[in-house]
Design a protein around this ligand. Structure first.
Ligand code: GRF
Length: 200
């Protein structure tokens, strides 16, 4: 068994995801159960997020926090933070989580929340980042993994990888290539954080 319960140097990870969950899958396939990393929970704001199905297939606990079930975004995020705290989560990974986190949630896990974004931040934060880079005629775009602060995709960069946009490249082709990078870069960063934590 490779869990933090048996390994005090392990990294307990909670993943937040709203959608397809291909980044979650990459994490489950590469770092979950390795490098002292254990995905202890996948939480979503969307009850029908495919990410939840992926988690269940890997026997990872799931939880759903739909905004409609709470009076405010703050109370929803407080419940989510409490849940992650109960599971003794060390690191919160946003993998396609499409909600803005409340200030209190960010304060509760400050420095321990990371996000993957499909552009070379600070260029193209927010939605439709791949489309925006393509429409702007950029020669390059890429992927950023960064710490999460209260802004939209504004926190300090941890890792970045650039790719050249091919002349006439379609949105579909570019999106595919960006996702391939995300699926490698995000697990690499999580493994690095686990390694850093294990080595003090
Ligand atoms: C990814 O492109 C990620 O960079 C962005 O949302 C997308 C999520 O895709 N934040 P998936 O749900 O992991 O497939």
């Amino acid at each position: 068994m490779n869990t933090s319960d048996s390994d005090p140097t392990g990294l307990r990870v909670g993943v937040l995801a709203s959608g397809a969950g291909s980044n979650l899958q990459a994490i489950l396939d590469s770092v979950h159960g390795n490098f002292g990393v254990e995905i202890v929970c996948v939480a979503s704001d969307k009850p029908d997020a495919h990410a939840l199905v992926r988690a269940s297939k890997s026997a990872v606990a799931t939880a759903v926090f739909p905004l409609d079930d709470y009076q405010t975004r703050e109370t929803r995020d407080a419940a989510m933070a409490e849940h992650l705290r109960e599971l003794r989560v060390d690191l919160v990974v946003l993998a396609g989580y499409m909600q803005i986190l409340s200030a209190d949630f960010i304060a509760a896990f400050f420095g321990r929340i990371i996000n993957v974004h499909p552009s070379l931040l600070p260029k193209y934060p927010g939605l439709s980042a791949i489309e925006q880079a393509l429409e702007a005629g950029e020669a390059h775009t890429g992927v950023t993994v960064h710490h999460v602060d209260e802004g939209v995709d504004t926190g300090p960069v941890i890792a970045q990888e650039a790719i050249a946009i091919a002349p006439g490249e379609s949105l579909e082709a570019l999106t595919r290539r960006i996702h391939q990078i995300e699926h490698r870069l995000l697990p690499e960063v999580i493994a690095q954080i686990a390694n850093d934590a294990a080595n003090g």
